[in-house]
Design a binder for this molecule. Structure first.
Ligand code: BG6
Ligand code: MG
Length: 214
């Protein structure tokens, strides 16, 4: 087998919460009058909540205080969590579930490496709590992607070296983080469209070919 472990980003890779991030930021941006579209949203993929807000406000000619920014980030998170409340195990696609099961059955160690502090809530909603061998997320890191911290911690939890692990990402920042940590990177979605990975996949199922399982 080509790798011993796989570290998956969550939002936009395991499930489509990236759309809910977009809608929640859009609602906040519209309320305060900041221009925000999907091109800006793509820059937020993989980036922490507070850094995302800084990107949204970067050209806005109003200097908000730290307390005001904290309040805006909290408002966005409330909107986001309201959207997350609709999620259920049906939001885990058959393709992703079957692929994960086949990767595990082949003996690979599987982890999550996500910048999101909502990771435990999301994994619970889609029926994957306690499913992965390790979960490294926004609650146990101090630097978000493109820093490799979240992936290095996940590899450490799996007791594997980066050279033995594949990172799966939809974000350019996440692909950079994987490479910075010494991992091979498979991209889906936006990052694959940019050719940012060592493998740029059209479907999640193609991971079976990348890992030489099927
Ligand atoms: C990443 C998302 O997974 O998590 C980013 O791609 C998001 O868009 C980041 O900003 C932080 O998420 P949360 O849930 O902690 O606000
Ligand atoms: Mg993502």
């Amino acid at each position: 087998m080509k790798y011993k472990g796989i570290i998956f980003d969550l939002d936009g890779v395991i499930c489509s919460t990236d759309e809910y991030h977009y809608r929640a930021w859009k609602q906040l941006a519209d309320r305060i009058g900041v221009p925000f579209d999907r091109t800006v949203n793509n820059r937020l993929r993989g980036v922490s909540r507070m850094e995302s807000l800084e990107i949204i406000l970067e050209k806005f000619p109003v200097a908000y205080s730290e307390a005001e920014k904290q309040a805006m980030a909290a408002e966005k998170n409330e909107l986001y969590r309201t959207l997350l409340a609709q999620m259920s195990p049906r939001d885990l696609s058959d393709e992703v579930r079957e692929t994960l099961e086949r990767l595990r059955a082949a003996g690979l160690r599987l982890a999550i490496g996500s910048s999101s502090k909502n990771t435990p809530l999301i994994l619970g909603s889609i029926g994957l709590d306690n499913w992965f061998d390790a979960v490294s997320d926004g609650n146990n890191i101090t630097r978000s992607k493109p820093d490799p911290e979240v992936f290095l911690k996940a590899a450490g939890m799996l007791q594997l070296s980066p050279a033995d692990c594949l990172v799966v990402e939809d974000a350019l920042s996440g692909a950079q983080a994987g490479h910075a940590g010494g991992f091979a990177v498979a991209c889906v979605g936006d990052a694959a469209d940019h050719g940012a990975g060592d493998y740029n996949l059209k479907t999640f199922r193609e991971l079976l070919q990348v890992t030489e399982i099927g």
